[in-house]
Write a protein that binds this ligand. Structure first.
Ligand SMILES: Cc1ncc(C[n+]2csc(CCOP(=O)(O)OP(=O)(O)O)c2C)c(N)n1
Ligand SMILES: [Mg+2]
Length: 562
């Protein structure tokens, strides 16, 4: 118990209580944590301030839950970890959030400043450890300044380009008495972007396209994106955190601009004006491989985005929301009916191909049938995370994004890390309890953070986990076989993962046939406890993109040895 609380009369503010008050004032309602002696005062103060504490089983899980919270709300997620080993555990999730542009504020405790250099456990330089992983890492050494550091950290995490911020709070900084903090909110620059040149180019366009990326999500630009698309009749692709900002069901939405999708190949080969807003032109999007005749226009609040991919003719450093709003306001309908129709046909033809997988009735399950079954049961507001290698290819094909913040895949994260599917899902459920949340995991990926099932049960944050169990690190195994002629260190047992649900107080099912999966998924979507559906897959099936991926690796191998 807080020593200050025992005394009668008003409590004296401490570093910890001012931080908790500041977090609350900034709208933070939930923190994810795993306890430790060096954060007790802060957790105590958070509870006193009415902040919900979701305690987890591993700091990696906690930090990924904070990232999930961010992806569901467009606000920074907050994670509190105890000290050096807790920070290093969280490191993968923090690094992944920074790399993927997801705002997370990580507060780490630390040995008291007076105790430094005396051999206390955890007395390492956490700022040095965090610096390469974080957008900003700092130690709050003065109790009176500590809340200001946290406030600043919260702001920096969300500012373009978002990322993880780490603030170390030594124990004594949390405990000492302080003067209450009063911080004026920073002024925002409301300068109006100059969109004259973009408007002029757009007015002459015959085959325009907009690619909206994560920057549109963080900037709350969904409504203006839709307004521009509809008023100017421009087809739109959505990438990463922007998936679902314009529903995949909308006639002008062409889905994710994945280089392998026929509609994406059409825009790279034929678009005459491409406006890329808040999106990074990474390798999944062919690094923005538009043909030379296409005028590429890039808009981003962070000019760093322009450094990756094809150079643009026009680069505008501006808020995606403000820019799209201005473009929508002055937009005239373009004569794009033929262009939209051709793209639509390409999208629909591909969807029809994928839909055929719903007819495959073999057992063990075909991964395409598994995805078809899941997709057919998901309500439009469901949130899906995908955590796997090859399984993600099947998921990207089949699972539509019909609402903002509804589809998140680890393989689209900038690090390509595994293990976030379940913790992301739990963080999202904490933020959006009214929406069904499903994590689609590979059997390998699930293992990294499976213990968080217990967190999900204990905190009443039920998520459905569907494991595509191919008894292995499937995508690696397929590539090893293709490139080296044998698999090595990539087999796993076809383990009874459904039993883990029971241990955690949830519901487990092992399914091998489509009908069983249909029943299990229907139940999982309405369950009040976590569910684990262990879907046993036919290991002989490989996704049709695998030979292409293998050829890419083979070409690189040749290049390296040639
Ligand atoms: C943290 C981490 N470790 C290792 C890898 C390398 N890796 C990429 S895909 C993959 C296999 C994933 O297996 P699984 O989750 O079972 O999905 P599957 O490919 O079988 O569908 C591995 C090990 C990684 N991306 N991230
Ligand atoms: Mg697997």
């Amino acid at each position: 118990m807080n020593a200050n609380r025992d005394k009668n009369g008003p409590r004296r503010p401490t570093g910890a209580s001012e931080i908790a008050r500041t977090l609350r004032a900034r709208g933070v309602s939930t923190v994810f944590t795993l306890c430790g002696d060096h954060t007790n005062p802060l957790l105590d103060a958070c509870d006193d301030a009415g902040i919900r504490i979701v305690d987890t089983r591993d700091e990696r899980g906690a930090a990924w839950m904070a990232a999930g919270w961010a992806l569901a709300t467009a606000e920074p997620g907050v994670v509190v970890v105890s000290n050096t080993p807790a920070l290093t555990n969280a490191a993968t999730a923090l690094a992944d959030s920074t790399a993927s542009g997801i705002p997370v504020l990580c507060i780490t405790g630390g040995v008291g400043l007076d105790d430094r250099g005396k051999g206390h456990p955890g007395d390492q330089d956490q700022v040095a450890i965090a610096s390469p992983l974080a957008k900003w890492a700092a130690r709050a050494a003065q109790p009176d300044d500590a809340a200001a550091f946290i406030s600043r950290g919260h702001e920096i995490a969300l500012a373009p380009r978002p990322g993880a911020v780490v603030v170390e709070l030594p124990l004594d900084v949390q405990q000492r008495g302080v003067e209450p903090l009063s911080l004026p909110p920073p002024r925002t620059d409301n300068e109006t972007p100059d969109v004259g040149e973009i408007r002029a180019r757009l007015s002459r366009a015959e085959r325009p396209v907009v690619i909206a990326g994560s920057g549109c999500f963080w900037d709350g630009a969904g409504d203006v994106l839709r307004a521009l698309a509809e008023s100017a009749r421009i087809p739109v692709f959505t990438a990463r955190a922007a998936r679902g900002l314009l529903s995949d069901d909308h006639e002008l939405c062409m889905g994710f601009p994945n280089l392998m999708a026929p509609a994406a190949q059409m825009i790279f080969g034929e678009a005459d004006v491409a406006i890329v807003v808040g999106a990074e032109l990474d390798v999944l999007m062919g690094s923005g491989a538009f043909h030379p005749g296409c005028t590429l226009i890039r808009v981003d609040a962070d000019p760093g985005a322009f450094a990756i991919g094809r150079r643009a003719e026009i680069e505008l450093i501006a808020s995606p929301r403000a820019t799209l709003e201005l473009l929508a306001a002055g937009a005239q309908p373009l004569d794009t009916d033929g262009w939209v129709k051709r793209l639509r046909e390409a999208v629909d033809a591909r969807a029809a191909e994928v839909a055929k997988r719903a007819q495959i009735s073999s057992s063990p399950l075909h991964p395409g049938r598994m995805m078809a079954e899941v997709a057919s049961k998901l309500p439009a507001d469901a949130i899906v995370t995908v955590d796997a290698g090859e399984l993600a290819l099947w998921a990207i094909d089949a699972i539509p994004a019909r609402a903002p913040s509804s589809f998140h895949t680890s393989s689209a994260s900038a690090m390509g890390a595994l293990g976030m599917g379940l913790p992301w899902a739990i963080g999202m459920k904490a933020a959006r309890p009214e929406r069904p949340v499903v994590a689609l995991c590979g059997d390998g990926s699930f293992g990294f953070t499976a213990m968080e099932l217990e967190t999900s049960a204990r905190h009443g944050l039920p998520v459905g986990v569907v494991i595509g169990n191919d008894g292995g690190w499937g995508i690696v195994r397929h590539l090893q076989n293709a490139l080296q002629g044998r698999a090595l260190a990539s087999d796993l047992p076809v383990a009874p993962y459904e039993l883990l649900a029971e241990f955690a107080g949830g519901v487990g099912d092992r399914v091998e046939a489509p009908k069983q999966l249909e029943i299990a998924i229907t139940n999982a979507l309405v369950a009040s406890r976590p569910s684990v559906i262990n879907a046993i897959l036919d290991q002989s099936i490989q996704h049709e993109a695998m030979p292409l991926i293998a050829a890419m690796f083979a070409a690189r191998q040749e290049g390296a040895s040639g």
